[in-house]
Ligand binder design. Sequence first.
Ligand code: ADP
Ligand code: MG
Length: 341
Amino acid sequence: DPQLNSSYTFENYIEGDCNRLARSAGFAVAGKPGGTSFNPLMIYGGVGLGKTHLAQAIGNEIKRSSPDKLVIYVSCEKFCQQFVDSLKNNSINDFVNFYQAMDVIIMDDVHNFAGKEKTQDIFFHIFNHLHQTGKQVILTSDKSPKDLAGLEERLLSRFKWGLSADLQIPDLETRIAILRMKMYADGIELPQEVVEYVANHIDNNVRELEGAMVSLLAQSTLNKKDIDLNLAKQMLKNFIKNTTKEISMEYIQKLVCDYFEVPIEMVKSATRKREIVQARQISMYLSKSHTKSSLKSIGAFFGGRDHSTVIYACQTVEDLIETDKKFKNYVQDIQKKLKMS
Ligand code: ADP
Ligand code: MG
């Protein structure tokens, strides 16, 4: 199966409090695909916390213990693209039959179904077919089923049938264990104090943790120097600086306008149209929380308004986040995009 990546296994998936339930549920499913009540198994959590790794590990474990089983791993994005292609080529039946013939389907990042109603419909039918015939469905997502916005209710209700298990940010001990395993796999040894330093300072996602170590090792090879704590501190300073770029108000404005599909210049205009006001208020709110700009300069930037307008905008956004789930999801989506930039 070219879609499975054999380097993602259970053996190299470090267990911690952050992933214990998801990992053991995944292991149970791998031992008895379609035969547990964890169907579908939904693994959810933030960026870089190990969703793809765990989902792939389940697929690889199934292939190892039952090589005859048909296992497909597909990202939701790719599935959506394949569906569109099949519409174009008049080959929807082939598309559906291909997936319905599987014993196990692993679909990664199902939050990407948002807004794609036709593809959701097709997947709904494939899901039902597989589930009714005792086949295993494994899903990953950046949110729990109850917080997934933009997905049809009937699909979400299916997603809630089995087990949803979340992945959290690993604690320090687990981060150290992950670094140790990674070094072991690469045949490299770093001083304990360096490992601890890295694990202490990169504490929000596993992908960055690995990235920091890779960059440390690369630089030590280039400089032909052993890494001691001082060198590590110096290198990590650059790494952290490079990964957390400063965010500008221009950038926030562009991101928000792209997101809501409103013309960028309208946000600075005097218009009171609802969707423009919303984009403007969210832009102000994000500028306050993600830049060092003063209220006065935020107001000035967004169309020469005064600081009380900015305070009002921030208050409005905070209130809506509390009371309106859809609105909250919008803001979180945009914040995620900001962080990825
Ligand atoms: P996600 O799909 O949630 O964004 P990934 O599965 O791509 O995250 O994980 C990011 C990186 O971190 C991968 O290289 C993965 O192997 C590694 N990783 C995540 N969690 C663990 C873990 N518990 N043990 C070992 N490596 C991990
Ligand atoms: Mg992933």
